[in-house]
Design a protein around this ligand. Structure first.
Ligand SMILES: [Zn+2]
Length: 103
């Protein structure tokens, strides 16, 4: 069993009830297990499942701040913990998950 994570762009005009797919969906990762696939999805949409390292507040106690792309090789997701105010950075390396990468 394989699990793929897809990115898909849709153009939406709700007033006309018009929905158009832009291009084809592309797979941005392929995994041998569902947990890893869900981890990538959650990272991309800015949710993580880990407690704050400083105060232990859980992941719904933090506020999404920004998403930084580092040379298309890694994504950093930055949060502020609402419990203690500290900055939490989750880094995720894309090259680790690309199976069809060119090198
Ligand atoms: Zn905290």
């Amino acid at each position: 069993m394989k699990y793929k994570v897809w990115v898909h762009i849709e153009q939406v005009d709700e007033s006309l009830d018009d929905y158009q797919d832009i291009g084809e969906p592309i797979s941005i990762g392929e995994f041998g297990n569902l947990d890893d696939a869900m981890k990538l999805r959650d990272k991309l949409i800015g949710t993580v499942d880990t407690a704050c390292p400083k105060c232990g507040a859980d992941s719904n106690q933090r506020e999404f701040v920004d998403r930084r792309y580092l040379d298309c090789e890694a994504i950093q997701i930055i949060y502020t913990c609402k419990g203690c105010g500290s900055e939490i950075i989750e880094e995720f390396t894309l090259s680790e998950v690309f199976i069809d990468r060119k090198e």
